[in-house]
Design a protein around this ligand. Structure first.
Ligand SMILES: Cc1cc2nc3c(=O)[nH]c(=O)nc-3n(C[C@H](O)[C@H](O)[C@H](O)COP(=O)(O)O)c2cc1C
Length: 193
């Protein structure tokens, strides 16, 4: 079984989403013997914006990097995504990765009946960290709602969220949000055990 671990926070050791993805992946490793983990850090090693030159595959090295990112995603049974809320959405580094995994003919296709996802059968676990309190289905949420839409479009309906929010509201709220999120990790892992 393969697990792809993706981080995107720019806050390094102070990152909440990085703390959560590490805990999620550790729990999967504890529960699944022989689990193969592939790690991609989109902050330390960002993919380029999807410009015309990238689409045209003008630089073979850039094209190969994009193909590798796509193949890692296709090969994974479980994808753990660290997703901070930045300006109500996701970091642009995470968006650049999404631009490389959402590829017509590989992870979705258009049919006469409409779009069809081709990447079904995976499990996605998103570690969501937010500075303010947004809650569920908030009009201010273009982060979790966006990720659910993207992965759903690719044919993946098993998308779980581990959320720590209110991180910017003070040390007590931060600590409580992190401990609450860590305690919530058990749910998706029981399915894998
Ligand atoms: C560039 C930037 C933009 C942010 N934008 C928002 C935002 O729109 N809404 C919000 O609630 N928090 C926002 N925050 C706060 C982060 O969501 C919060 O610090 C969270 O913990 C980030 O995840 P991380 O700790 O894994 O980096 C922002 C933080 C940064 C650095």
């Amino acid at each position: 079984m393969k697990l792809l671990h993706v981080d995107s926070s720019a806050l390094g050791a102070n990152s909440v989403s990085r703390q959560l993805t590490a805990a999620i992946v550790a729990r999967w490793q504890d529960n699944v013997a022989g689990l193969e983990v592939i790690y991609r850090d989109l902050d330390n090693n960002p993919l380029p914006h999807l410009t015309g030159a990238v689409l045209a595959k003008a630089d073979p090295a850039v094209a190969a990097a994009g193909e590798q990112a796509l193949q890692e995603f296709l090969d994974a049974d479980v994808v753990v995504v660290g997703a901070p809320m930045y300006n109500f959405s996701v970091p642009s580094t995470l968006k650049a990765w999404i631009d490389r995994i959402a590829v017509a003919g590989r992870t979705f296709r258009y049919t006469e009946q409409g779009p069809q996802g081709l990447a079904g059968g995976k499990k996605i676990v998103v570690a969501s960290a937010r500075g303010s309190l947004h809650g569920d289905d908030a009009p201010t949420d273009f982060q979790e709602a966006y990720l659910r839409q993207v992965f759903g479009f690719l044919g993946i309906d098993d998308v779980g969220f581990v959320r720590a929010e209110g991180i910017g509201l003070g040390p007590q709220q931060r600590a409580e949000a992190i401990s609450g999120a860590l305690a919530a990790i058990a749910a998706p892992l029981r399915e894998a055990a």
